[in-house]
Each structure stands twice: as C-alpha cells, then as structure tokens.
Design a protein around this ligand. Sequence first.
Ligand code: SF4
Length: 542
Amino acid sequence: MPPTQTPTPKRPRGQGQWALGHLEPLNPNERFKKDDDGLNVRKRIENIYSKRGFDSIDPQDLRGRFRWWGLYTQRKPGIPGGKTAVLEPHELDDEYFMLRVRIDGGALSIEQLRTIAEISTTYARDTADVTDRQNIQLHWIRVEDVPVIWEKLEAVGLSTTEACGDTPRVILGSPVAGIAADEVLDPTWAIDEIQRRYIGSPEFSNLPRKFKSAVSGLPDIVHEANDIAFVGVNHPEHGPGLDLWVGGGLSTNPKLAVRLGAWVPLEEAPEVWAGVTGIFRDYGYRRLRHRARLKFLVDDWGPEKFREVLESEYLGRRLIDGPPPPQHVEPYDHVGVHQQKDGRYYVGVAPVVGRVSGSMLSKLADAVAAHGSGRIRTTPHQKLVILDVAGDEVESLITELNAIGLAARPGTFRRYTMACTGLEYCKLAIVETKGLAADTVATLESRLADVADQIDVPITLHVNGCPNSCARIQVADIGLKGQIVKGEEGFQVHLGGGLGLDAGFGRKLRGHKVTAAELPGYVERVVRRFLDERADGERFAQ
Ligand code: SF4
C-alpha cells in the first residue's frame, strides 16, 4: 500500500486587498491603474490626443483611463447584439465618445442647463439622455472637442471628473432637497463638501471598482442600490441626522444595502463617507472584477464587523446608534405638481425614458426662466423637476413644457418606464432598449386606454440591454434583462421587484422570456390580469 500522504492545506488565494499587503496587481485593470492614475490622462487628452486625433490614443488610456473623465467609446454602429464576445475591442470601438456630465445632487441652474444644451447642439449632434443616476450623457463627442467642452462645463461649475471609472461616481441627492415639506433635513452641504474634498483627489482615484453614493433627507434616492447611502432620520435624543447604509448594488449578484445602525450628524457625513470609501479602497477585493464591488465585502464581513472596522481603523471613535428612516409605500418619483414648504410649487416632468436633446433642454431653460424659476433638478428616475414655481405660473408652465415633449401629467407607462442606453451606443449591449421602450410606452398607453382609470398604483417597467443593471431591473415591478430569445432580440422577465416598503428582487421565472416584438402584448396581459385579480389596495409588487 502506498504511504498515506496528508494533503498540504491550500493557502487561501489573495483577493488583492491592499490592507492585507496584496499590492501587486492581479489583473490588467489593476495593472493600468497602478502604472498611472486615471486622473492623469486629462493632460494627455488636452496636450496630445485632442491635437493628434483618435488614432493617436494609447489603447490603455482609450479603454481605461478615459473613464476617469467621463468618456467611453461608443459602440460602432451596425454591430448586432450577441456579437460582442467574439469581437476584438478595436472592432467594437467607434471613434466617437459618450461623455457623462456629473450632476451631484441632480442640481442645475438655468446657466448650467443652457451650457449642457449648447454643448449638445454644437458637439453632440443634439443628443442628451437623463440617466437614472441624475447625470446627463451626450453622444458623438470627438476627442478634438473634449478640452473646449471641459472649459465650457467648468466655467459654470460642472464637470466630468470621475463620472465613470473605478472612482466615487456622482453623488445622488434628493431632487427636492431644501424644499420638500417632509424632508428630515437638507443635506446639500454634505454633498457639496464630499465633492469639494474628495472628488478628483488621488486619495480615492484608484478604488477596486465603481463606488456609488447617495445622500438625502428623504428615502427618495434608491438608497438601497448604492455602495454608501445616508438617509434622513430623526433621532429621539439627537434630532435630525442621517442613517448610514452600505453595500448595495444591482447588476449581476444583486444585493440591497444594509444599515449599520448608526446615526450620523450632517457635519460628520463627509468624514464618515471618507471612512467607508477608505475601507473599500483598502479592503475591497481587487483580484476578480466581478467580485470587486463593496457589496461582496459587506456580505462577507456583515454589518457589525464593517461598523467595527470603520470606527476603530478609520474614524477613531464610536458612532451613535440610531433608528431606521421611515419607509414609503409608493416610489418617490417627483413627477407632477407638488407644493414646496415655502408655499411655491415644484413641477416634475417625464421625458420618455430619459431621452431629451440639446434643443429640448434649451427650450426647457427658456420656459423655466420665463416662469420665474431659476432651478432645475434631474432625478434618479430619468426625470426633470423645476423648482420654485409661483402658484399662478404652474398651469402655463405645464402647457409650455408639454409642447416641447415634457409631460407633467404623464400616463402610468411614460411615468414609470426607464431604459438603459442599450445597443444604440453601449458596447456591452445585447439588445436595443430606448427606442423599444419608447414604442412600448406609446403602444401600452393606447391599448390600455380602456382601463387607464383603474391603474391607480405605480407599475414600474425597467428595460436593460444586457445582464448589467443600469436601469435597475431587479427592483422594478416588471424588469426586462436583454438577451437573445428564439434567435432574436428579447428579454428575460423579472416580476415583482421593488424598493422601500416592497424592497426585494423580482422573481425570475424559468422560461419567462419575451422577444422584443412580443413585449407590448406581454405587458398588456400582465397588467390586465393584475387589474382583474388584485385584492382591494393590493400593490403590484406584493
Ligand atoms: Fe449597457 Fe448593459 Fe448598462 Fe444597458 S445595462 S447601458 S446594455 S451595460
């Protein structure tokens, strides 16, 4: 008999966590980030690439560091979905870019809106999309034009800094911060301060992957889907402050954020944000890209250990225990006419699936100015909100906005449908999304006109072009994940997801797939069945 050998225990493989001494890059993304900070590409864009043109761009900058300044190459037109995996990157890359303008807190002045509109019409073929993270994305940007676009944006206090890449992305904020009658506090100072201190700083410009933040005095910013979120809450002893959540993220392996049970005073929010972001930078997994989001670390550690490390290693003090924020039954989408706490009104309008244009934004700026307002906000639901409207201006503003395609009293499907970028521009896409979603909205509003009055609960319809979740499909009533179905463009259906009181992921039923052509008929059948069979007061997500 051969002698029995005791197997040598395998050493656990390092996850590339800097805090544990794994400083050597374990994949190409980590390599290029170590070779040169993504922020440094700006000088090369200004001094070299914009002067010598697209072909002069170093491939590592093109497909890597450009993101640190909000730039992605667009998908070359005409390449069908499903072909992506078999093509070389250069076969997919168009010579034009998508440019993401970060709008922290979604807050825009008329001057800023006019600037984005002018950039769109001059340099972006009149394209513009309001995203579900309150950014505005432009397309067809040439590298030659990027420096002048930055100049124009920065002259009015906007930027594309860290709008993409392994960085702290745009900070979501309530579109009605400072004016909502029911907000616990106005956290705008904290958003501004985080941006001022940390965005564009080398301290946080090399994170394991993207890092999404949200700060609001209300539970109206999809906080459960962010890496870090602060949500307004009244502490019984200490008063108004912020409840701290970490580890949310959708995409593949979706997870909802968890509470750390900590109440944070407004003035400490930037420091606590830096502590959590520091944990992600130092302890986040860097070996595998698909495990590099904060949600995996939070899942492995649990909220107690996460809070302990935050307090002991990053803050040097204990946080105050606090209660959870109030839950809301219906999704806050800010559409329609609502009174502000100062007696004036805010008017939320719905472009179809976030698609606008430079011309439309320019007309919006004119209409807003003509009706005495100076502030516009983007929302995390691909909508726009006009603040500070006097009562006697509301109806004429609504009429004017309607005429330019922005509905303040939209039907259910226009109001609650979102779509990601999809095949039109996105290199990861399998199917087209925006055009299909817009057609589906129009078809449903016509086919379901006979029961429109009965649809008295929100029915959210979110359309994604691939398994990523840029349109948050897992938390929609009807979530659609793009894939090839029966040899053509179609979707895996997820049913019954939600946030707030109904927080949870939609059910993915095996074989529950529709082609793009079948989509309107499918949604019509689901909605009619819900209306026929629901109990009194039942919501769609229940
Ligand atoms: Fe692109 Fe997929 Fe995101 Fe849609 S969900 S924008 S197709 S990566």
